[in-house]
Ligand binder design. Structure first.
Ligand code: ADP
Ligand code: ZN
Length: 439
């Protein structure tokens, strides 16, 4: 069915399900998934070890009887040990980008790929993108799921889709101007890079391009960083959350309210647990995101521990979707830095830095230790060149003071000229830990 420009929902019947309807659908799909898992050698063993059988799942709450699945499980059973269909039905595999170690593999049937494209199309439609829009994707293609994931989703919506892929920023910008790109998908650090190169090329994003919508995700970023990017490029930027293990993009996405990302509960059952006790935390409290796929054939995952820390935003969203909203990711549990016994997340530092008009969006945190003392150095790029040293000194002092208020220890702050911090091809590296283990 072709949707008109005015219609709000791509899959109205699924997007506007009530809570009771969502839970009924989830239970039905969970049962189907658990039965399917019994075809996977890995889950057969898991269930046997836990003395559990699919018949023990009699309500949605019984999900909690099922043991967690971890990234280590995927590694230990690499590459095909979790397949729940004969390999002859698998039409594609993807691998995680390996930010945190050995890659893992995810398998897809043709139906899995169709459903994934539907989910991404639903997300893009939700933020107002329609047939007639030109959608450019600056993700790496290949194994990285942000490439093909957005490609098929955007095509499903009928948009003209430009698979620009990563790298060569000048060419990226030429595509934006030549093809009249109206929507761009970029990781936040790359969105800033595009702006920087546009400036060098004398291109004004508002005057010289048709860019109005930005989809940003794949790495943690603060609300302040989003606002900066929106202002720089003259766009509305929407947060997009996904991970290879859950297909890729299309897991959770902001609606036009820009207040939390709706997680598609007809695809996933969401739990937030305390990472230490693994007990559920109440809505509104931060914990580890645990996801169960309930709409996947080739490789369903039960209670997968994502290691991402977030919370469920309590209350209803004015957009009419009852699918729960995830707050902006706080980071991965392994991003946490411990300095002098204090737990710190890079995003806390970013939130402070991005409040300063004078600063750009690139920063690097370096941890060192001299004798027994942990030291944090925060280098941050200035937005504009300046040689007004008294002003820069005062600014450094003020940033240091605000950081100290936030993280309870005093970092060394260095303001550096624009474009001097190392740029990554993929996800930004915000922390360098050069601490030596002291004997
Ligand atoms: P890798 O695990 O190797 O980075 P993925 O490409 O699968 O490979 O990345 C998924 C991870 O990226 C998530 O688990 C999360 O940590 C991070 N991520 C994805 N989207 C967002 C987002 N919108 N905000 C913050 N972090 C995100
Ligand atoms: Zn909403």
């Amino acid at each position: 069915m072709i949707k008109t420009q005015m219609e709000m929902y791509l899959h109205e019947e699924l997007e506007t399900l009530t809570r009771t309807e969502i839970e009924a659908l989830q239970f039905e799909r969970l049962l189907r998934t658990v039965r399917r898992c019994m075809k996977s050698p890995f889950y057969q063993k898991r269930f046997a070890e836990a003395h559990l059988s699919p018949e023990d799942i009699r309500s949605l709450d019984d999900l909690r009887k099922i043991p967690f699945t971890t990234k280590q499980d995927l590694r230990d059973n690499y590459p095909f040990g979790l397949a729940a269909v004969p390999m002859s039905e698998v039409v594609r595999l993807h691998s995680s980008s390996g930010t945190t170690g050995t890659p893992t593999v995810i398998l897809h049937t043709q139906k899995d790929l169709d459903e994934w494209a539907n989910a991404v199309a639903r997300c893009l439609y939700m933020v107002g993108l329609r047939r007639g829009d030109v959608f450019q994707n600056s993700s790496g293609y290949g194994m990285f799921t942000g490439g093909l994931g957005f490609q098929y989703g955007a095509e499903r919506l009928g948009m003209l889709t430009v698979p620009a892929a990563a790298g060569n920023t000048k060419r990226q910008i030429k595509f934006i101007t030549d093809f009249g790109t109206t929507a761009l998908h970029a990781i936040p650090s790359y969105a800033s890079r595009i702006h920087e190169v546009m400036e060098e090329m004398g291109i004004d994003p508002v005057r010289d391009t048709k860019l109005r919508t930005l989809v940003i995700g794949a790495e943690p970023h603060s609300e302040e960083q989003r606002r900066k990017i929106e202002k720089m490029l003259g766009v509305k930027a929407y947060n997009s959350f996904g991970m290879s293990e859950m297909c890729g993009p299309g897991v959770a996405f902001e609606c036009t309210e820009q207040n939390g990302m709706h997680i598609w509960e007809d695809y996933y059952i969401v739990e937030i647990v305390d990472p230490q006790t693994l007990e559920p935390v109440p809505d509104g409290e931060v914990g580890e995101l645990v996801l169960t796929t309930i709409n996947r054939e080739a490789m369903p995952l039960l209670r997968y521990r994502t290691r991402d820390l977030t919370r469920i935003l309590p209350g209803d969203c004015p957009c009419g979707r009852h699918h729960k909203r995830l707050d902006r990711m706080k980071g991965r549990s392994d991003d946490m830095m411990i300095l002098k016994g204090v737990n710190i997340f890079p995003i806390q530092i970013e939130t402070v830095l991005m409040q300063f008009e004078e600063l750009g969006t690139d920063y690097l945190i370096t941890l060192t230790n001299e004798e027994a003392n942990d030291l944090m150095t925060v280098e941050v790029e200035l937005k504009e060149f300046s040689d007004d040293y008294p002003r820069l000194q005062a600014l450094t002092r003020e940033i240091t003071r605000q950081l100290k208020d936030e993280i309870l220890l005093t970092p060394v702050v260095r303001l550096v000229p624009k474009g001097t911090l190392p740029k990554q091809e993929g996800k930004a590296v915000r922390v360098r830990d050069l601490r030596r283990t002291l004997i």
